[in-house]
Structures are given as structure tokens and as C-alpha cells.
Design a protein around this ligand. Sequence first.
Ligand code: PLP
Length: 431
Amino acid sequence: MSEKSHSQSSQNKITPEFKSPLLDRAWTYMPEGIRQTVTSEPIIPAIAAKAKVIAAQNPDFIRSDQGQVVGILPDKEVYYGPSSGLEELRELVGRFWTYAYRLKNKPGIPPQGLDKKNVAIVSGATEGLAIVMHLFAFKQKVGLMPLYWSNYKGIILNAGGNPVVVKFFDENYRVDFKNVEQVIRKNKITSLLINFPNNPSGDVLTEDELQQLADLARQFNLIIIADEVYNFIRYKGEPQSMLSSAPERTVVISSASKEYLIPGARVGYVIAAEETFTNSWMPKMIRSFSSSPNVLGQRILVEILKDEVKDFEEGRPPRIITGIKKELKTRCGLIISILQEKGFELAGRDEDFPSGAISVLARLPRDIELDDKAFVDKALELKKFSAVPASVFGAPGCIRFGYAGMTQEAIRKFSNNLQDVLDSIRKKADP
Ligand SMILES: Cc1ncc(COP(=O)(O)O)c(C=O)c1O
């Protein structure tokens, strides 16, 4: 633990002082109960770890520390995994991120880039966000930029925090740093939850904007929780991570749910440059949230990432995700041309094509007098299609169309179904 020194608090308790802003802020904001969790050494995993090593070297050694039945359904038995995830997977995620986001020899990141100690595997990004919010959000104000994933508010509230929406972009979709600074100051915001590439718009920040955001975070001693679940699904430019710009105060949350389109595997990752956070505090928190992430799901991802990391090592783009990206880009292009033909406009920073992610955010045609919720209700009532009213993300008047779940054939069919819905609405509006 990177503790600098110890000092006595007013209650005569020992308060560790941390050099790392990530540990320092988390320790300052977390409730006393969580302080105990992250500093305790759970006994059962320690015995299990010792027993595993002894058993491997001593055939006569009998293990009775394990809490599950053995040998009753031998083909189907799946044991708990380590709380922080399978070591092999943690190492692969670290290497993938190091290659994908060019993290070797970056200030504030270990010289060789990230390894297993910088990665904790969680049960999807959702669990990762929930745990991280328990560390940073209790009795604090967390800044949320619109557009925000609809689950964020609930996750922050559950952790005892207060979400505050911070308008991020001006009318021309430039980051309004002045406004962001004012809102942070006025509300005493202590962390920011950002999401790029964005769900629902696919927006990203430029490298320069990420740097300015990092500077702002340093000025206010903020923690940045960067939801980068779509990070490698980019249609324009090089993928970036907030970790490059503010490694000392960024926690990245990512997931195989989105990039590898396997949400049911429930495998996400929490990544930080400060290894005490990911290698010690996170596993202790995971133990009391879900024991361990899904072992079967992790094995699926190990097989995928072995190939992807090998490609990187041999100087090729990772083939699986590159193939996924290519198909998604085709689907995205198809759905955009249909939406534009029907009078929808892309909402968000990109007027022509989103920068990334797996959905399109489109503004309803001007002559449609229904709001976004009523429009989706109509499409469902007519049994033509489903979509998400974007007011749930903070973008009223817009609709999110998720094309990752639509085949190219379905997208072509969607054209007629969308026309039917628009015709029905327009007919009703005719006097
Ligand atoms: C921005 C964002 N973050 C997190 C998640 C949750 O991901 P997971 O399935 O890994 O929990 C989603 C799912 O839609 C999302 O869009």
C-alpha cells in the first residue's frame, strides 16, 4: 500500500495518508464500514490460496476448506474463481489495453504498461460501476454529463451519492469547460462519471479535450470514473483512454459485454494505474458484492483475448474485434441512410456518422408532433419496431436505435416499418 505516513485523527484513530490521489480520495469519501472491508485480510481466500499450492505438491494433502460439493456432478462442476478474476484474464486485459491505447512508457503508468495487478474482473461494467461508486460517491456529488447511460443515477443513489447533471457541450457541441468548471465549483462535485464513446450518441472527446479535462480534474482534485465500455468500437481516429491523460485519478470501467457483444457472460473490468486499488481494494469489495465474477464467462473471454493479444504482439490489428467493428460500421451506415431518408437527423457531435459505440441517436423529423416516448409507444402499438426514447439519457425529442442487435436484413426491413409508423402519425395529425 502506498502509504506515506500515519497521523492521529481527532477520534484517535490511525488515518493513513496516501500518495495516490485515487486511494486518498476513495479513503476520504468511503464510509467507515468500507474502510474496514478494504483493509481487512479475509481468512478463507488466504487459506484457499495456501491449500492450493500445498495440494499441487502433496498428493496426500486433503482439502476441506472449499464450500462446494465435489465429485457429485463432475462434468458440470464450476468452482468459484478468485474475487479479482482469473489471473490469466487479468493479464490479457492489461496487455490488450496496453497495446490498444498505447500505454507503454506513459507518465503515471508502469513503464511496461498495465499488467494483471492493474485489472480487476467484475460481473459486467454494472457491478464495476456499483463498487466504484461505493468507494467514491457516499455523501458526495457525482457529476454526470448528458448524455448519460440511464442506469447511472440509480447506481450513484444506491451508493449514497447525489448525481448532478453537468451540461458538457455548448450548442455547437464544443466542450463548455467554463460551464463544467462553474458547476463543479458551485455544487462541490468530487468526481465525474464520463462515458466515451457515448451511449447513446457515439460521441468521443479529442485528445486535446481529454487533456483539458485532466487539467480541470487536477485543479479540483476530482476523480474521473471513465466508462469506456465501447472504447475499441471506433469508426474514426485512434482509440483513446482517459487513463493516458489523468492516470493518477482515473478509474476505467470497461466490459466484454459491448466490445465483444457477450453481455450474458457478465465480464467487465475495472482498470487503474494504482495497483493497490485494483489488486487489493477491488477484490475485497468484489468478495462482498458477488464473491467472484462468472468463471464460465471469463473463460470465453480468455480464449478471445489470447488471439487478440497475439495479433497485437505480431503487429496486426486484433482480428476478432476488427471484424466486429467492420460489421457494426456497415449496419450503422445502413440505418443512418434509412433514418436520413425518412427525415431524421443525427443528434450528437457527429453530423454524418457517429465516432463509435453501437447505437445511433437521431432527432425526430420536425413535422412529427409526438415526443420521443409517445413515438416509441406508437411504434410498439403498431407492432413495427422497438427503440429507446432518448429522454432516458437526457436527450428528449431523440430516439436511440441500437443496430448491434439488428442484422443487415432486419435493418433493411426496418425501413418499411419505420415508414408505416411515420405515415400513421402523419395521417392522424391531418385535419
Ligand atoms: C455506457 C454503458 N455502461 C455500462 C453498461 C453495462 O455493461 P455491462 O453489461 O458490462 O454491465 C452499458 C450497457 O448498456 C452501457 O451502455
